[in-house]
Each structure stands twice: as C-alpha cells, then as structure tokens.
Ligand binder design. Structure first.
Ligand code: PLP
Length: 391
C-alpha cells in the first residue's frame, strides 16, 4: 500500500491517446458504443464502461478512486455537494419505518434533513449527546439502521470516540457513518476505527481553495452498490469539471492540511492567553475535554478553532467587523482565513434552545485558519481584539 501523499498525487485513472501528463477534462454527457452488442452489455452491467455522465465519468472516477484509497475503503460514490452525499447515503440505504441514531452536534443542513425531511417519509432520528456512549447504545432500536456522527463536529469541535461507537454498532449490527469533513483522511481515517461509511463535503478542505462544491461517500462495495442504485436514477452527480478541480486539489491536500493544522494550533494557543477571550476550543489544545481522544484518533488538530469572546453577541459582531484580513464568508477550509458567527448564520435556523444543546452560544466565533503567514493571521485577530478591549 502506497502512502497517502503518493496516492493523492499518483492515482490517475485515464490518459487519452494524446498521452497527456495531467488528466484532461472529459466534458461529455454521454459515451459512444462500439456496436449494438457493446451497448447492450454495458446497459446490462455485464461489461464496465461509461454510458452517461449521470452514472460515471473518467474525472469523477479518478476523484473518487483517490478518496477511496485514502480512506482505506473498498468503494465510493461522488456527489455534486456534501449535502447530496449525506442525503444520498440515507435515501439509498433506508426505507419508511427505519430509524437513525445521530450525535446531536451535526451540520445545520444535516439537522434539517433529520428533523424536517426524513420524518415526511417515516424515517425518525434520535439525537444523543457527543460524550454519552451509554446514550448511543440505549437509543438503538430494532428499526435502527444507521448511527451517524461528525467528529470533530461543526462548529463546536466535539471529539467523539470512533472506536467505542464502532464497537457499539458492530454489537447491534447497524451501520456506522462518519462525516469526516473537518479532519479529512489526512488526519483521521474512521474506517480504521470501525466506521462502515465515511462522508465528505469536498467543498471544504478537499477543494481547499473556495472554488467548487462536491461530496463523496466511501464504504464497502455492498453499501456503495445500494447508494449507487438510488443516485444513478435521482441525479446528484458531480460535474466532470468540478471532479477535475477536486482531483487536482487532492494532490496538495496532505501538505495543506499540515500547514492549516500548524497555523491553527499556534493561533489557538495564543487566543487562549488573550484577556478578551473567555474560552478556546481546539482538538489539540490540552484544555480540550477530549484532548487524549483527539490525539488517539487524529494525527493533527485540523484548521478550525472556535472561541467564546467576552462580552457576548455584541462583542462577537464587533470583533468580526474589526477584522481586516479575515474573510466573513460561509465557507471553511479555504487557503484564506475565515471568521463566522454560527448563531447568526449557519445555525440561525435552529432555535436558541437547539443551539444551546449543540454548544453554540451567542458569543461563539468560528475561525477557519488559512494558509497565510501565521504572524499576519495573528496580527489581524490581535488588532481586532485590542480595538474591542473587552476584559
Ligand atoms: C459543509 C458541510 C457539509 C455540507 O457540504 P456542502 O458541500 O456544503 O453541501 C456537511 N457536513 C459538514 C461537517 C460540513 O461542514
């Protein structure tokens, strides 16, 4: 088995007759067959081939093959967005009457699927607090098919015990799905700890440059076949152009993630000492309640730092307004440092009580630490905090 940096760079599935070094973009909606028999056998799935770009495309194949190998999975399926991956996973595997157990702290749109979309089709979800291992086990019913978590979670940065939850899922013969968006396979490979399914929003670190959207599901061939059967006919396909961009992006993912993590740790340590800051959350800070667990299952802490500013909601907003270099934007995992205020943006659709339950206070600020020079990143944060002068 090659190492992850080599897989990221050297996995190339197609080369045309021009023998190009870098993969070309296959902008085509369909593919021609050699004759009627070739056409028949491909439609019958007796013979491998590209039929139509809603089903398969060489650029999409290359992208998903890289992620499959990097996550240590058997197979994978690429989607147009991260949410299309989350949705296709459940829609492909579940039916009316099935039940999901999920950690409470999940991405805002995933929460909407669980609470508003899936109940329309008779699929219920039970939430459990991140640290409550007994709660996870107790929430499992005979109808439970999937246990779903995010670790580190967005934006509270909870760290959940992959190995312990994996053991519970095995015991009850249910599928264990992990949204690995924040860590990427560079820092954490959930399958090694017992996960059955890994989900990605490729929009974040995998692209890493704020250009395209994309998603992926990695799992066993058996699970992917089921998801494929749904996705081929419902159409959440990744575009060839975006797949090409994402596959190129993956070549530098290991390098980028290392620097994101290095910068983020430095910033987290400095923020923790600042008099205007109430508390800082970062997986690799010794003050993180699950620091030991983070060290066990992640190789570095990742690029996201969240903190609670003294002075609540007003101070939080003024702090964002005082930043000169940081971008105020909804994305994360970009080369450019980004600051957001989850209570008024990504999680604004949740009620204040629901936000409280997932650890999102009014003064919580989420930073996605970019790849600018770390001293310049710190200067921007420090200037805004000094100007604010809350103690
Ligand atoms: C952004 C995000 C998603 C959704 O991905 P999109 O590409 O925006 O659809 C899912 N999970 C997590 C943890 C995310 O941060």
């Amino acid at each position: 088995m090659k190492n992850i940096e080599t897989i990221a760079i050297r996995t190339q599935t197609e080369r045309s007759s021009s023998n190009e070094h870098s993969a070309p973009i296959y902008l085509t909606s369909s593919y021609v067959f050699e004759d009627a028999e070739d056409m028949r056998s491909q439609f019958a799935e007796e013979k491998e081939g590209h039929i139509y770009s809603r089903y398969a495309n060489p650029n999409v194949d290359e992208f998903i093959q890289k992620l499959t190998l990097m996550e240590g999975a058997e197979s994978g399926w690429a989607t147009s967005t991260g949410m299309a991956a989350v949705f296709s996973c459940f829609a492909g595997l579940l039916k009316c009457g099935d039940h999901i157990v999920s950690s409470r702290s999940v991405f805002g749109s995933t929460h909407k699927l669980f609470t508003e979309v899936f109940p329309k089709w008779g699929i219920e979800t039970t939430y459990v607090d991140s640290d409550d291992l007994t709660g996870f086990e107790n929430a499992i019913r005979p109808e439970t098919k999937i246990l779903y978590i995010e670790t580190p979670s967005n934006p509270a940065l909870d760290i959940l015990d992959l190995e312990a939850i994996g053991t519970i899922c095995k015991k009850h013969s249910i599928l264990f799905a992990v949204d690995n968006c924040f860590a990427t396979p560079v820092l954490q490979r959930p399958i090694e700890f017992g996960a059955d399914i890994v989900i990605h929003s490729a929009t974040k670190y995998i692209d890493g440059q704020g250009r395209t959207m994309g998603g992926a599901i990695l799992s066993s061939s058996k699970v992917i076949e089921q998801i494929k059967a749904f996705a081929r006919h419902s159409g959440p396909a990744l575009s060839p152009f975006n797949a090409w961009v994402l596959s190129k992006s993956i070549e530098t993912l290991p390098l980028r993630i290392e620097r994101h993590s290095e910068n983020a740790l430095k910033i987290a340590e400095r923020l923790e000492k600042h008099p205007s800051i109430k508390s800082v959350r970062y997986p690799f800070l010794t003050s993180h309640p699950n620091y030991e667990l983070a060290k066990k299952q992640m190789s570095l802490g990742g690029g996201i730092v969240s903190f609670e500013i003294k002075g609540g909601i007003e101070a939080g907003k003024q702090f964002l307004d005082g930043l000169k270099m940081f971008s105020l934007t909804a994305n994360l995992g970009d080369t450019r440092s980004i600051a957001t205020h989850p209570a008024s943006t990504t999680h604004s659709k949740l009620s204040p009580e629901e936000r409280g339950e997932v650890g999102i206070t009014d003064g919580l600020v989420r930073l996605s630490i970019g790849l600018e020079n770390c001293e310049d990143i710190w200067q921007d944060l420090e200037d805004s905090l000094t100007f604010l002068n809350v103690k």
